[in-house]
Write a protein that binds this ligand. Structure first.
Ligand code: NAD
Length: 328
């Protein structure tokens, strides 16, 4: 199998590429991987095994139709992760979101249509449904994006589904919740807090019960994407949940506890398969991927977040240069 991963030098795409090249996906031990990435502030070749014999790296823009005409043919599958994904970064009037997340997705789909390449998994986000509310949001929930980022992702995701219906292109969409794990850029919420705490910053002041998010470990997210790629339905949409909903204040207490100093309540987080609160912390309705494809979360939050903090503690050489360049 020859797999093209756009945005494969970013957080989720590089985890998917590393896992595939390491033989972590059954049946794909010999897969050849092409990573196409523009290496924006969020892309980093240090997240990839660049000298791996089955990895080809192409430095380029997913919005460039001539480049895609050269790169796309010859692949058996595409995982589309390239995106402007940082909702809080100062942007050029949101133009980057619109360009990469809509135009880039369209340019890729068009190349796949012309060259008959598929399946294509478009890695979208639960943010297309709008903020976490009272009801669990299933795949049939209308898109109600509330930021330029989520609106651009919703548009790209809907264009992808339109390509499935109009052109018969084999496209599948995943809508994952907030994702955490190693190699995530320091401007994202969990790494920002962890690297600050590890550098000696005081824990952030408790902010009350606000901005609840559902969290999934990157390894679970990528396994879900791979399941959708190998066993999903053409034209299908699959939510990917994590089973742990935390507001900012609770998350901050957990991270402060893990980074030393304040005793955190990480042990009391109830989540994961079979845990006492296994279903209490779901904001997304992810029953479809569980029922249809047999997906299960394998990384309990308490374990995954401790392992993530340990990774940042052990790899300052990876994140300190990013912190120095950060614009936030
Ligand atoms: P990321 O910002 O870490 O990585 C994005 C990658 O895309 C970077 O390597 C960047 O260089 C590359 N890129 C940006 N513009 C490009 C362009 N024009 N051409 C080619 N490459 C370009 O993002 P991530 O967290 O890995 O997210 C990957 C995908 O998953 C995104 O589509 C995002 O919307 C989605 N997603 C992310 C999360 C999350 O919490 N991180 C949750 C759900 C869905």
């Amino acid at each position: 199998m020859r797999v093209l991963i756009t945005g494969g030098a970013g957080f989720i795409g590089s985890h998917y590429a590393r896992t595939m090249l390491a033989g972590g996906y059954p049946g794909c031990a010999d897969a050849r991987v092409t990573v196409l990435d523009q290496l924006t502030y969020a892309g980093d070749t240090r997240s990839l095994p660049m000298d791996h014999p089955r990895l080809r790296f192409v430095h380029g823009d997913v919005c460039d139709p001539a480049l895609l005409r050269r790169v796309v043919p010859g692949h058996d599958a595409v995982v589309h992760c390239a995106a402007e994904s940082h909702a809080d970064r100062p942007m050029n009037g949101s133009a980057e979101f619109i360009r990469t997340n809509i135009l880039g997705t369209h340019t890729l789909l068009e190349a796949c249509r012309v060259h008959r390449v598929g399946p294509v998994v478009v890695v979208s986000t639960d943010e297309v449904y709008g903020p976490v509310g009272q009801s669990r949001r299933g795949e049939g929930h209308p898109p109600l994006p509330d930021s330029p980022y989520s609106a651009s992702k919703a548009a790209g995701d809907l264009v992808a589904l339109a390509y499935a219906r109009t052109h018969g292109l084999d496209v599948r969409v995943t809508r994952g919740c907030d994702t955490y794990g190693p190699y995530q850029h320091v401007e994202q919420p969990i790494p920002a807090e962890v690297t600050g705490l590890l550098g000696g910053a005081p824990p952030p002041a408790p902010g009350g019960d606000r901005d609840p998010r559902e969290w999934v470990h990157v390894d679970d997210h990528c396994r879900a994407v791979h399941l959708v790629l190998t066993r999903g339905r053409a034209g299908g949409v699959y939510n990917v949940g994590g089973g742990t909903v935390l507001d900012r204040a609770r998350l901050a207490r957990i991270l402060a506890g893990l980074c030393g100093g304040v005793p955190g309540p990480a042990r009391s987080v109830e989540d994961g398969p079979g845990g006492p609160g296994a279903d209490r912390g779901r904001a997304l309705d992810d029953r479809r991927i569980r029922a249809e494809l047999g997906f299960r979360n394998l990384v309990p939050f308490a374990w995954g977040i401790a392992e993530t903090v340990h990774w940042y503690r052990s790899n300052p050489g990876w994140w300190e240069p990013l912190l120095r360049e950060s614009v936030l």
